[in-house]
Design a protein around this ligand. Structure first.
Ligand SMILES: NCc1[nH]cc(CCC(=O)O)c1CC(=O)O
Ligand SMILES: [Mg+2]
Length: 333
């Protein structure tokens, strides 16, 4: 990109445009609006709201509360909600047997939310980890995560979610080939309008820690293995291009980079390379860091939240999946 020639100082003084709020607003290049936000939300099988210790301000919501939250999202101008399930440990097993249960908390929440606020898009994670007792996203055999056997389970789960009324399916497992398999299954079963947002460039990150607390799959963070054989190495950027190219070719409508703030370089590259609707997930650890530093008075929490959201837009995100969505929409609306 060539910069047009600038008159040298003092004819050019870049500070001129920064001197007043009105002129700063006038030259602002990007803006965060409620319509840029996807509300990341945890639902649980019980009643009421249960606070998540490592994510102050985030609560696990019952199906009933999730329906109310959908109405709130609509009123705030938030276009979509991504839901994640907390499952009682007694109901988990090695196979994640209940992941595709049509009476599970996810399909019940989807139906209740779509009934309460049909104008709000509902996105579901396609992955086994909330339902497995080992916390992995796939079928495990002899310590290995089986790719193709996992895809079969993901298809069952995704079709169940689509049948429940989910608008967007978001496979977050990082198995190879799952986008194409899911797209084919959706077409075959009459769900040609169900969207897929692929967690295409998803990294094996330490920033997911509080999420495992939120959905009750703490085992991995306690040192029982890691997800490095399927999630990406944080050192890699060329590989993200290959991951995304394949997911687009397999039929993804939207792509995602995860985590968010530490991976803005990846986000920018993918937007420039593919020109697809590209989303950033500001994950649980990013939320927790801002909340913790804010609570200690070490940073100005409100400014830090808004600055972080602005950074995603500046880097080219079409939208941001964030636990801050309701607070931010209220502030920005
Ligand atoms: N596949 C599950 C999944 N879906 C979203 C997150 C993380 C969300 C967050 O940290 O906020 C994870 C965790 C993981 O992959 O280990
Ligand atoms: Mg892939």
């Amino acid at each position: 990109m060539t910069v047009p020639p600038l008159a040298p100082y003092p004819a050019t003084r870049l500070r001129r445009l920064r001197q007043a709020d009105w002129s700063r607003r006038l030259v602002r290049e990007t803006e965060v609006r409620p319509a840029d936000l996807i509300w990341s939300m945890v639902v649980h099988e019980g009643e009421g709201c249960v606070p998540v210790a490592s994510m102050p301000g985030v609560e696990r919501l019952s199906v009933k509360e999730a329906a109310k939250a959908a109405v709130r999202a609509r009123d705030l101008g938030i276009p979509a909600i991504a839901i994640f399930p907390h499952i009682d440990p007694s109901r988990k097993d090695a196979a994640g047997s209940i992941a595709a249960d049509p009476d599970g908390v996810i399909p019940r929440a989807v139906k209740a939310m779509k009934d309460a606020a049909p104008e709000v898009g509902i996105m579901c994670d396609v992955a086994l980890d909330p339902f497995t007792d080992h916390g992995h996203d796939g079928v495990v055999e002899g310590g290995r995560i089986l790719n193709d056997a996992t895809i079969e389970r993901l298809i069952e789960q995704g079709l169940m979610q689509a049948a429940a009324g989910a608008d967007i399916l978001a496979p977050s497992d990082m198995m190879d080939g799952r986008i194409g398999a899911l797209r084919g299954a959706l077409e075959a079963d009459g769900f040609q309008d169900t969207m897929i947002m692929s967690y295409a460039a998803k990294y094996a990150s330490a920033f997911y820690g509080p999420y495992r607390d939120a959905i009750g799959s703490a085992k991995l963070s306690a040192g029982q293995g890691d997800k490095k054989t399927y999630q990406m190495d944080p050192a890699n950027t060329e590989e993200a291009i290959r991951e995304v190219a394949l997911d687009i070719a397999e039929g993804a409508d939207m792509i995602m980079v995860k985590p968010g703030l530490p991976y803005l370089d990846i986000l920018r590259r993918l937007v420039d390379e593919f020109r697809m609707p590209t989303y950033a997930f500001q994950v649980s650890g990013e939320y927790a860091m801002i909340k913790a530093a804010g609570a200690n008075g070490w940073i100005d929490e409100e400014r830090a939240i808004l600055e972080s959201l602005a950074a995603f837009k500046r880097a080219g995100a079409a939208g941001i999946i964030t636990y801050f969505a309701p607070w931010a929409a209220e502030k920005l609306g």
